[in-house]
Design a protein around this ligand. Sequence first.
Ligand code: DX5
Ligand code: ZN
Length: 221
Amino acid sequence: MNILSPSILSADFSKLGEQIIQTKEGGAQYLHIDVMDGVFVPAISFGMCVIQSIRGITDMVFDVHLMITEPIRYIEEFAKDGADIITVHLEACRDVRATLLKIKECGCKTGLTIKPGTDIEALRPFLDITDMILIMSVEPGFGGQKYIEASTERIAKVREMIDSSPYEIDLEVDGGINLSNVTTVLEAGANVIVAGSAVYKDDIRNNTKQFMDILQNGGRK
Ligand code: DX5
Ligand code: ZN
């Protein structure tokens, strides 16, 4: 089953709780939580306090995308605050394997992500301990950017890599996804879709529903 993971980075933070509930009512299963440290990426977003607060209002799966340097330092804390899946950037870790093992040790699912310019082959050594691969389809750093077209081929190649391995790994794509290009992303082999600005505008519940219609009736089942 395909999964929608709306990115709260594009939410109105003065109404965060109610907007999250609207995505849940629209059928989204995950909540994508973008943590930025101002070092790995130029922007600073939010951290533990926000995750703790929203953990109290929903049982959605917390899909935490850490855009921070040496994330191993904070894994325990994010796990304690309610993360379900913790995704780290391969480029941000001195020891990728140790970081992923730490995530597992803390009882969370492991996610491994790469920026648009990183060779997808860099993922291969970690397939055995990765529950989800995240392909960035924009440069990480902020919401509302345009989908990089070359991502489609990268998604297809990573899907091939997963399917020819003995492992069951989810394939998530993040950045610039909207109702017009989501089918292409699904057809390339993604099964977890992040959408920020395309969900958190105007009628959030209805935007989510429209995504869910496509996710449930098209693409990879
Ligand atoms: C970018 C973030 C994305 C972003 C997606 O660094 O990782 O999750 O919020 O937003 P849209 O869907 O607007 O590109
Ligand atoms: Zn993200």
